[in-house]
Design a protein around this ligand. Sequence first.
Ligand code: OGA
Ligand code: MN
Length: 227
Amino acid sequence: MIRLMKRSNKIVIEIGESDNVPLFETIAQNIFNKGYSILPDALPSNLVNMLWNHVQEMPSFKFKKAGVGRNEDHVMNNVVRSDEVCWINDETEVGEAWQHWTGSLQTFLNSRLFLGLFSFESHFSHYGQGDYYKLHQDAFKGEANRILSLIVYLNPDWLPEDGGELVLYTGEHEQEAIKVIPKFGTIVVFLSEEFPHEVLPANRDRFSIAGWFRVNSSNTDRIDPPI
Ligand code: OGA
Ligand code: MN
């Protein structure tokens, strides 16, 4: 169910919570059974369209060369990755809709899988022609607090020759890899510590959102999340 609502003089598109249940259920089952979920054409169409329109209209100066590692966005390392990113907050209507949807997914996964997910952070990524992200992991055992990675793609009409596939290594051997085409509306979710992955060089502009659900690792010296 999709409702148009008026909130503080803004028209807000409210996506019926119940519409998401079959999708969230599939993600939960896939994560439980194999640790990852790859679902083409899965992001609700009004949400993916809003995100795509937003990214089209974003001025390029909003994107900054990506860093490697948490809190190290200033450390540029072109060897590992050459994309540029723009962190998402809920100050725009689109950001708010995205945070709302990811928040519903977080609540659902916590209730189904008892993951204790506590917060979510995400950014738009732009890979220009030739850009890549070499083999890496989003979190390391016992160290990081990123539990679950979520990626969605915003590329209409992506062709095989456009490259830019996400390669997810699902086993001990290199052959056990899944190539994901970054097609409009595809959702990828995986356990952050379990799956090394890379982005092959793109042959045209490639847009995605990468996000991470985290557990609370606040202690007396540090408040989580670190904003
Ligand atoms: C990342 C990442 C994959 C993609 O940003 O950590 O792995 O396909 N992105 O954009
Ligand atoms: Mn990654």
